[in-house]
Each structure stands twice: as C-alpha cells, then as structure tokens.
Design a protein around this ligand. Structure first.
Ligand SMILES: [Fe+2]
Ligand SMILES: [Fe+2]
Length: 201
C-alpha cells in the first residue's frame, strides 16, 4: 500500500456525507450499548458491554474530531444504518438477539472500514481515524462471538444460528439499499455498486 494522497487535498461533499454517516452510526451504537449496559451489569459480559458503550462513544468523538480537523461541519443524518435493521426485522427481544444483531453489524462495520482504509484515494486524516478505530471494532466482534457461543447452551445452537441467519439477511437487504441509494458517495466500493448508481454526481 502506498500513501500517495497529498495531506492538503480537500474533502469532497461525498466524503463529508460519509464521515457524517459514520459519526451518526457510532452515536447510535453508543446510545444502543448504553442501554444494553444498563441491563447487563454482572460478570465479564457486563464489563465488556460497558467497554463497548465507551468505545462507540469514543468513535463518534473520533469522527467528529476528524471532520473538525478537515474543516467541515457534520451533516445531520436522517436514519442510521442500525435503525434500518430494526425496521427490517424488529428490535431484538433478548440478549441473545442483541448479541446476534451486533455480530452481524460489527462484521459489516469492519468490512466497510477496512476497505476504505486500504483504498489508495482515502484521505490521510480519514485513514488515521480509521486506524484509531479498527482495533476496537475487531475486539467488539471477538467478545460478541464469544458471548454468543456461550448462549448456545441456553438458547440452543439451532436457534442462535437461525437468529444470525435472519439478521444476516436483513443486513444484506439494508446494505444493498444503502449502496443503491448512497453508493456513489463511496468510491472505494466501486466494484460492489449496482449498475445505474454510479454516475449521480
Ligand atoms: Fe465503532
Ligand atoms: Fe463496534
């Protein structure tokens, strides 16, 4: 990987939208996990969930700082990515479902952030923010996978697998819709974009 982009290159309106979208999604994640932390209080999982809450709030601050450093105000984002999950499959009803939807979401986040991190045209300041966030996101996936594994005893492996499958399908649906609507704002995903959504601007 080479770092050829000049530091001074300006942020495009699409970049501004995308960073605002990330910021809003991290805020939603923090608010959601703040609520989970109120109910899951004990043991290692209680500590992990509280850490998760703190991490997502920190990520929202990282994106806000990144936008400030690049001299642009965050845009108001109407609907976060996560809220579209709940519209598609309903809000999770128990801790197992919360962990399942979180595993699916964190995988999506890591995939998206990783692709942007490794794209040659990504602004160096944005790359620095992604670098700062990635380790936390990887840890989120790890602890959620572990906790969900432990839930198989109580809920049954089949039910956990079915729940994960249901959320994975919802994620595919929401992601496809997001790409169709906003894909042209994410040049680093150009190989994935449906034809017809590329040349809006
Ligand atoms: Fe995050
Ligand atoms: Fe996360």
């Amino acid at each position: 990987m080479t770092m050829t982009s000049p530091i001074a290159s300006p942020l495009t309106e699409n970049d501004r939208w995308l960073l605002s979208f990330y910021r809003s999604s991290e805020i939603d994640g923090a608010v959601f996990f703040g609520k989970v932390a109120e109910t899951v209080r004990s043991g290692r999982l209680g500590a992990d969930v509280a850490q998760h809450f703190a991490d997502e709030a920190k990520h929202a601050a990282i994106w806000t700082r990144c936008l400030l450093d690049l001299d642009v105000e965050p845009l108001r984002i109407r609907r976060s990515y996560q809220s579209q999950y709940f519209d598609a499959v309903g809000a999770p009803a128990n801790l197992m479902e919360i962990l399942a939807i979180t595993q699916v979401f964190e995988k999506r986040v890591i995939g998206q952030y990783r692709r942007q991190l490794h794209h040659a045209a990504t602004h160096p300041r944005v790359r620095a923010a992604l670098d700062e966030i990635m380790d936390d996101e990887r840890w989120h996936l790890q602890y959620v996978r572990r906790a969900l594994g432990a839930m198989r005893e109580r809920h049954g492996a089949e039910r956990v697998a079915t729940t994960l499958g249901r959320y994975a399908r919802a994620d595919e649906e929401v992601y496809a819709r997001t790409l169709a609507e906003y894909g042209d704002r994410m040049a680093f995903l150009e190989d994935d974009l449906p034809t017809g959504s590329r040349n809006r601007s």
